[in-house]
Write a protein that binds this ligand. Structure first.
Ligand SMILES: NC(=O)c1ccc[n+]([C@@H]2O[C@H](COP(=O)([O-])OP(=O)(O)OC[C@H]3O[C@@H](n4cnc5c(N)ncnc54)[C@H](O)[C@@H]3O)[C@@H](O)[C@H]2O)c1
Length: 272
């Protein structure tokens, strides 16, 4: 992204590329390289595809391969520092640098604070919190060399709202929220923006797996839909568009933000 493009937007003039596409913002990631952890499924896959469609060269860092041939699929377990460093180095080497990191890989945990043992706590925090730190740490040298560096983390509504039976998972996402703000402060003077999205319950394979385990999946789905003021689940595409907004150089004034994509669940109180 060039200063010229940003200025053209600020003065309301369409860029040549926009005029060609007829859509503001389309192509805003032209020439940039993005990596998405957990990008082979759900929110991460929708994000990888959207960043690609907006012009980025995109790598997916995941335990499983990305389904699209035009996404660079890099095997990666965010719980292993050596693997994460090698994966990020490969992305930068093969795609020519790294401008946008989407730290999205995450795993769930169900139950109250009495449910999980220390091993489960260590495993979930290792993937959801330290895994994000590992990916961002490995990306930082490349982000410092970028013209438009940006980090976006996937947080969750459970960081801000008490939801039953999610003690460990909520603790991990609370840490992601705090990490987002701390890193935004640490790196603002380097021009590196750090933001997060906070999805409500989103219609992804993750939630499908949760529903499959319920005694009455249809009733459980209806309860999850009713919990969100919009009366439905969030789509992976809606979360992806929020991530793309935060990742875009057009959002250069936005850092240290946690953008809710939660159907109103965090902030609205409706009469029953
Ligand atoms: N679906 C929801 O309702 C919801 C709501 C709020 C936040 N989130 C968050 O969104 C993110 C994505 O969730 P989703 O619903 O798309 O889930 P998903 O299960 O569809 O996708 C998660 C991806 O992460 C990958 N992954 C898991 N562990 C990994 C590891 N150690 N290293 C690398 N990759 C790993 C998986 O292989 C998978 O491809 C997670 O951080 C989750 O906490 C989801």
């Amino acid at each position: 992204m060039t200063e010229g493009l940003i200025e053209a937007h600020e003065h309301g003039a369409p860029t040549a590329r926009e005029a060609q596409d007829g859509r503001e913002g389309h192509g805003d990631l032209d020439g940039l390289v993005a990596a998405v952890t957990g990008g082979a499924s759900g929110i991460g896959l929708a994000t990888a595809r959207l960043l690609r469609d907006r012009g980025a060269r995109v790598a997916v860092l995941d335990l499983v391969p990305a389904p699209d041939a035009d996404l660079l699929s890099v095997p990666c377990d965010v719980s292993r520092d050596d693997v994460v460093r090698a994966a990020v180095a490969r992305v930068a080497g093969e795609l020519g640098g790294l401008d946008v990191l989407v730290s999205n890989a995450g795993i769930g945990a169900v139950g109250t604070v009495e449910a999980g043992d220390d091993d489960e706590w260590a495993r979930v925090l290792d993937v959801n919190v330290t895994g994000a730190a590992r990916a961002i740490r490995a990306a930082l040298p490349h982000l410092r060399a970028s013209r438009a560096p940006s980090v976006v983390l996937t947080c969750s509504v459970v960081a801000f709202v008490g939801v039953p039976n999610r003690a460990l998972y909520a603790a991990s996402k609370g840490a992601v929220a705090a990490l987002t703000l701390a890193m935004a402060a640490d790196h603002v003077h380097e021009g590196i923006r750090v933001n997060a999205v906070s999805p409500g319950t989103a219609d992804t394979p993750w939630v499908a797996r949760l529903l499959d385990q319920a005694a009455d999946p249809a009733a459980e789905r209806a309860a999850l839909e009713a919990r969100q003021p919009i009366g439905r689940l969030v789509t992976a595409g809606e979360v992806a568009r929020a991530i793309a907004y935060l990742a875009s150089p057009l959002s250069g004034a936005t850092t240290g933000s946690i953008l809710s994509v939660d159907g109103g669940m965090t902030n609205l109180r409706l009469p029953r």
